[in-house]
Design a protein around this ligand. Structure first.
Ligand SMILES: [Cu+2]
Length: 201
């Protein structure tokens, strides 16, 4: 009984302290304005808006750098519809399919990023590795590829995870590329060696 009374007393003191703090904040007009300017919204929702803007800027920078930052697997198509599966290991600095040929159709690329960086898979048709148009960083300038050559891609996903993409491929010669460019390290994954050829029969 006496314990409970003490607890109630403590809570009363705490609440009083909180109210006191809030009042003194209100009195301090300068600091209240500063919080408001910083978050752009009311100080009452400071936690909510902090989380929201963190998520927003993460996806924003991902698209700005051409997918180099996105790490969540974004599968392309439905792997269960693939007529053939090709397992591909992505690592520093290789792209290693478990086969270099596959029959035309819905080819499912099952990607295993066993490296330490995010990697991606870009599929280009009819342009040999030596003929790829490069930008100033040594990455493929996707806009400069011949029309129709860019078949598709599985965006960069995190190290130690898997992802997949299904692409309807006609017979022909294909080039598989990781076109990630890490600005902080000035490192083009293609230039480091993440490119290989693949034949569809
Ligand atoms: Cu890569």
């Amino acid at each position: 009984m006496s314990k409970r009374l003490i607890l109630v007393g403590a809570i009363a003191v705490l609440s009083f302290g909180a109210v006191g703090a809030a009042c003194s904040d209100d009195d301090d007009g300068a600091s209240v304005r500063e919080v408001g300017d910083g978050s752009g919204t009311g100080s009452g929702s400071a936690t909510g808006s902090a989380t929201g803007s963190a998520t927003g800027s993460a996806s924003g920078s991902a698209s700005a750098t051409g997918s180099a930052i996105a790490e969540e697997c974004q599968p392309v198509g439905d792997l269960s519809t693939a007529s053939t599966r090709v397992n591909v290991t992505l690592d520093e600095w290789v792209i290693e399919p478990d086969t270099t040929t596959a029959p035309a159709g819905q080819i499912g690329f099952v990607l295993d990023n066993s490296g330490e960086d995010p990697h991606e898979l870009v599929i280009v048709k009819g342009v040999a590795p030596a003929d790829l148009p490069l930008d100033e960083h040594g990455s493929v300038d996707e806009e400069q590829l011949p029309e129709g050559a860019l078949i598709g891609e599985v965006e960069a996903f995190a190290a130690g995870t898997t992802c997949n993409g299904v692409f309807d491929l006609d017979p022909g010669e294909y080039t598989l590329i990781c076109n990630v460019f890490e600005e902080s390290e000035d490192e083009s994954h293609l230039k480091e060696g993440m490119v290989t050829t693949f034949t569809v029969t």
